[in-house]
Design a protein around this ligand. Structure first.
Ligand code: NOJ
Length: 447
């Protein structure tokens, strides 16, 4: 059997790793940065496993040069990171923090020096806490605050950075942070969720327009988490439940950007509430933006059954662990065929120019043994997913790049440091980095 090489994906394909400010930078109050919602959330008892905080994380703020050298050494040619809003604009709006600007310039310069094309995510979930105290994403002021922040990013870095991702996974931070209370800021209920969705969708489109106006030659995208949704049975109630989940996970934020407004489906009353709460019919144009690419992020498919006890969606997941199918140590199903299916589904939407896989990866309980990390299951995961991507690409889906999640083990939100996704192992006591076997595998694949 022929071995898979990166050449099969053609020239000019972006091969990168993705990281995020709150998960990697640390230095949480250094050089003028203010608290983010995640810094504040971590102080609340029981919110993050093992009482972990993002305060130090992987200390990327001080170690970025070494981490970029490692990225280069593994053969990658692109590097995706996010800007910390609280580092750039510590008051949320207004004053720009010179030391923050300097840090990101140094980081960008270092990328360019090493031949790593920077892809910058403007918002990866860490809102300045000062804005959260004024309502955060539920506030009608939010789109204006966001515009100011996007302008600051464009004005300060637009001369060097051409590839922009406006928002990372809007559904994740609005649902987990403003509906279920599991992520920062820990709010719950429809009164928070409905406005948060709308403000995020508005901010996303307007953010695209601002970058288009201020950054010459920009290549602009935004990233969605997408999953194949499989009904647990052919029973009508399970099929309907799966359809509701598909609307939430795969269509809610994508369709408005394509000019279709929010999805409409009589049998899903939540959508009507969203429409009425936000008078959404007035905003179809404002919600639209012709992105140059859509960032597709995928980890696993979901099997869904009807469950009348779950409010709003009346659906719940039948976990991979219960179904006894292969899964990662977070219990996420490993299924590359499902990745192929969702890439095709999203890629075939009219109106999407390019697709970039901006995240894909797997979490295992990795251990260093005699200086090595034997994460062969992660290698399998990547191999299978890359093959699935190649199949979709050969069938005509316009995929322009792939970013592995993630360079080093890092702060995995409410899982703290317990969930390891990196190609490089981090000992969080010493910050020692050890390249895992999957990292070595990537080097061979790419070079
Ligand atoms: C998606 C998020 O963008 C990222 O921050 C997170 O760590 C990964 N999924 C893994 O859960």
């Amino acid at each position: 059997m022929s071995t898979l090489t990166s050449k099969a994906f053609g020239p000019n394909f972006h091969w990168g790793v993705s990281i995020a400010a709150a998960q990697n930078e640390g230095a949480y109050l250094e050089d003028g940065k203010s608290l983010s919602t995640w810094d504040a959330f971590a102080r609340r008892k029981g919110k993050i496993k093992s009482g972990h905080t993002p305060h130090i994380a992987t200390d990327f703020y001080h170690r970025y040069k070494d981490d970029l050298l490692l990225t280069k050494a593994l053969g990658f040619t692109a590097f995706r990171f996010s800007i910390s809003w609280a580092r750039l604009l510590p008051d949320g709006t207004g004053r720009v923090n010179k030391q923050g600007v300097e840090f990101y310039h140094n980081l960008i310069d270092e990328c360019l020096k090493l031949g790593l094309v920077p892809f910058v995510t403007i918002y990866h979930w860490d809102l300045p806490y000062v804005l959260e105290k004024q309502g955060g994403w539920t506030s009608t002021m939010m789109p204006k605050w966001f515009n100011r922040y996007v302008k600051a990013c464009a004005e300060n870095f637009g001369d060097k950075v051409k590839n922009w991702i406006i928002i990372n996974e809007p559904l994740s931070f609005t649902a987990l942070g403003y509906m279920l209370g599991k992520h920062a800021p820990g709010k719950k209920g429809l009164d928070n969720f409905l406005p948060a969705i709308h403000h995020a969708a508005m901010a996303q489109a307007e953010g695209g327009r601002i970058i288009r106006e201020l950054v010459k030659g920009a290549y602009i995208g935004t990233s969605f988490s997408c999953s194949q949704i499989v009904p647990h049975s052919q029973k009508e109630e399970d099929m309907q439940a799966a359809n509701r989940m598909d609307i939430l996970m795969n269509r809610l934020f994508l369709e408005p950007t394509l000019g279709m407004g929010y999805p409409k489906e009589e049998s899903f009353p939540f959508l009507r509430k969203l429409e009425i709460y936000n008078k959404a019919w007035r905003y179809t144009d404002a919600l639209q933006f012709k992105f140059d690419f859509i960032g597709l992020q995928n980890y696993f498919p979901l099997t869904i059954k009807y469950n009348r006890l779950i409010p709003i969606i009346n659906a719940s997941e039948v976990k991979a662990t219960t179904r006894q199918v292969p899964h990662t140590d977070l219990g996420w199903e490993m299924n590359a065929e499902a990745f192929y299916t969702i890439v095709k589904k999203i890629g075939l939407y009219g109106g999407i120019k390019d697709l970039i896989i901006t995240e894909n990866g797997a979490c295992f309980k990795d251990k260093v043994e005699n200086g090595m990390v034997h994460d062969e299951r992660r290698i399998d995961y990547f191999q299978n997913h890359l093959k699935a991507m190649l199949k979709a690409k050969k069938e005509g889906i316009n995929i322009k790049g792939y970013f592995a999640w993630t360079l080093t083990d890092n702060f995995e939100w409410n899982e703290g440091y317990n969930a390891r996704f990196g190609l490089i192992h981090v000992d969080f006591k010493t910050q020692l980095r050890t390249i895992k076997n999957s990292g070595h595998w990537w080097r061979e694949f790419l070079t």
